[in-house]
Write a protein that binds this ligand. Structure first.
Ligand code: CIZ
Ligand code: SF4
Length: 350
């Protein structure tokens, strides 16, 4: 039963003891009292690139969610171990695309549309989904590079199956000029299409019916309210928000895009930000010269990300010191091979 401060001291001591053997990574959505211990912070793309370069550290403690730790394991050496301080830190969006459901859906899609489809998965997906995509010639994307990746994919096949986030897929494809009528949603629970608006033959983008429970809480009404209060406030949202919200916002972009826009804005700028609350609060703290608020009135934390707390981080670090690492995230060799193929294709595209 250590106090918050004692936990902090013990974490610091453990870090010092482990020295260069240890790297702690922290995703932007992590709470302040955890991310302060991270050697590297970033969005999921930045953290994947950093993980790939960690050849010296024997262990990587990943303060983020499960799929990010899997990605780190896939991109690092065999001897390196990746630890997720709390195994309950999953991502509800990643869990919405199950590999068995995908295998079934793929069969139906091949029957209906033939060999015209390239699968692309948002990195917010399990290693098994990434491996499927890798095996079928496709790749992964993040919200920072989704457009470039879709352009790459359309140069290869007529159609794209986009997993697991329908909103990122729809928002990105629409911004590329693809009309909504050429998109359809595949519902993995019903095992069927929904929202097909035109002839099947015209479909270009097949959207898996997944979403982020954090970003879909933002609404057009919230944007209207901000504008009524103060028309000078710029509304900036993440493309995991719904189509209507992205259309109503002044701009949309990935986590790193949002950070860049705010960091380069002049003093006195006003923002309402539609993304995870820990990031928004940190931006507000770091930029007192601007007015930065969350788009919604109610807090929207990513609950699973926030499971990583000081007690779990300390427990993970001490297990490394004892030589009995807990919560190791490992991806089997075959899955890792094909998932790495998919990830490396992405890293070469953009
Ligand atoms: O998990 C998420 O919602 C995001 C935006 C992750 C990332 O860093 O791209
Ligand atoms: Fe998953 Fe959404 Fe949390 Fe990101 S914010 S980790 S997509 S649940």
């Amino acid at each position: 039963n250590l106090s918050h401060r004692e936990l902090g001291q013990r974490i610091q001591q453990a870090k010092e003891r482990l020295g260069r053997d240890l790297v702690i990574m922290g995703h932007h959505y992590q709470r302040d009292d955890v991310i302060q211990f991270a050697d590297f912070t970033g969005d999921s793309l930045e953290l994947a690139r950093i993980a790939e370069q960690q050849r010296d550290a024997r262990s990587i403690v990943f303060c983020g969610v499960h799929f990010m730790a899997e990605t780190a394991d896939i991109l690092t050496g065999e001897e390196q171990i990746v630890i997720l301080p709390d195994m309950q830190a999953g991502c509800s969006m990643a869990d919405m695309a199950d590999i068995d459901e995908l295998e079934e859906a793929w069969e139906v899609m091949q029957e209906e549309l033939g060999d015209t489809i390239l699968p692309v998965t948002y990195v917010n997906s399990t290693a098994a989904i990434k491996a499927f995509v890798g095996r079928h010639g496709g790749t992964t994307c993040t919200s920072s590079n989704a457009r470039g990746v879709l352009e790459w994919a359309f140069a290869r096949k007529k159609r794209i199956l986009f997993l697991p986030d329908q909103h990122l897929g729809r928002n990105t494809a629409y911004a590329m000029g693809i009309p909504l009528e050429q998109m359809a949603v595949w519902d993995p629970i019903g095992g069927d299409w929904e929202a097909v608006q035109g002839p099947m033959e015209d479909l270009r983008v097949l959207l898996w019916k997944g979403h982020c429970s954090v970003h879909t809480k933002f609404t057009v009404d919230q944007i209207r309210e901000v504008r009524e209060q103060d028309p000078e406030t710029r509304v900036i949202v993440h493309p995991e928000c719904t189509f209507d919200v992205v259309q109503a916002a002044d701009e949309d972009g990935s986590t790193s895009y949002i950070i860049r826009q705010i960091e380069s804005a002049p003093a006195g700028s006003k923002w309402a930000v539609g993304t995870e609350v820990n990031l928004v609060q940190r931006l507000a703290q770091n930029h007192p010269e601007q007015e930065i608020r969350l788009l919604s009135r109610t807090m929207c934390p990513c609950l699973t990300m926030n499971r990583i707390d000081r007690p779990h981080l300390l427990w993970a670090l001490e297990s490394l010191i004892e030589g009995k690492p807990v919560n190791r995230v490992t991806v089997g060799p075959d899955t890792a091979y094909w998932a790495r193929t998919a990830l490396e294709r992405m890293l070469a595209i953009v």
